[in-house]
Ligand binder design. Structure first.
Ligand code: SAM
Length: 256
């Protein structure tokens, strides 16, 4: 059995048994090969836009003698799949903006797809925004740390397969001490991750706050008038996130 990272294992864990999978940006096709070896999928398309990874994926599938199960296809995003041939799509290991672009460009191919498992390396809010715009509903958010990096895995279904609505999911939260988490903040922090905060999620946001503080420091050095406005916006964002973290940190024992 192929050995894969904890991150890919967690993504694999969300793929229902018997699925027809498309793994877009498959690189070495590790995810579909692993799932096929476990007999968790009946068919897969491994899509790759770049020639090197496409060839690596083709080699991996050939060496694993899985050509009958996994079709490696060379192409951009969802152009490699046909409508109706896939139940589950995984897109992992790229930026959230790129994942949203791939889904937007290929949204015609999503008819009949029942589950999206998306793992943006950064910019998770882009993915959440796209899901809302296209009436897909997040059903799960996972977070993990591996080799010093923190990853979020977002799973979503089309609205007709969901018990909850996006209105419910992104409703404003009132935390203790009068702290409010509005929709904009929920898009960043993640509605499920916020409702069930884990230690690794706090670590992620402490580190994000440090990055934001550095941006503020750089903006403070700029003489441009628009930098003052941006500096203020970032400062307010830092304060809002800090308030939420402080509030949830205080409540932590009741969550764990
Ligand atoms: N999905 C694997 C994982 O999570 O370990 C590989 C991630 S790798 C960092 C990103 C892969 O996505 C690269 O192999 C890249 O060539 C591919 N990629 C980027 N944009 C793409 C697109 N528009 N369509 C298909 N593949 C794409």
């Amino acid at each position: 059995m192929l050995r894969i990272s904890k991150r890919l294992e967690m993504i694999a864990g969300g793929v229902p048994t018997g699925s027809r999978l498309a793994d877009i940006g498959s690189d070495h096709a590790l995810l579909p090969v692993y799932l096929a070896q476990k007999k968790q999928i009946v068919k897969a398309v491994a899509g790759e836009v770049n020639l090197g990874p496409f060839q690596a994926a083709s080699r991996q599938v050939r060496d694993s003698v899985l050509d009958q199960v996994i079709d490696v296809r060379h192409g951009n995003g969802l152009e490699v799949v046909k409508v109706g041939e896939i139940d589950v799509i995984t897109i992992a290991g790229m930026g959230g903006a790129l994942i949203a672009d791939i889904l937007e460009a290929g949204k015609d191919k999503l008819a009949g797809v029942q589950l999206l498992i998306l793992q943006p390396n950064v910019g998770e809010s882009n993915v959440r925004s796209w899901l809302i715009q296209q009436d897909w509903i997040l059903i799960n958010e996972q977070i993990l740390e591996e080799d010093g990096k923190i990853y979020e895995i977002l799973s979503a279904v089309p609205s007709h397969l969901s018990q909850v609505s996006n209105v419910m999911l992104y409703r404003e939260r009132q935390l203790a001490d009068g702290v409010t988490v509005n929709r904009e903040l929920l898009l960043k922090l993640g509605p499920y991750l916020l409702d069930h905060p884990q230690e690794v999620w706090f670590q992620k946001w402490e580190s994000e706050l440090e990055k934001l503080a550095m941006i503020v420091q750089r903006l403070a050095l700029s003489a441009l008038p628009e930098s003052r406005m941006k500096e203020l916006e970032y400062q307010q964002e830092i304060e809002r996130i800090r308030e939420v973290l402080a509030c949830l940190q205080k409540d932590k024992p009741s969550f764990n």
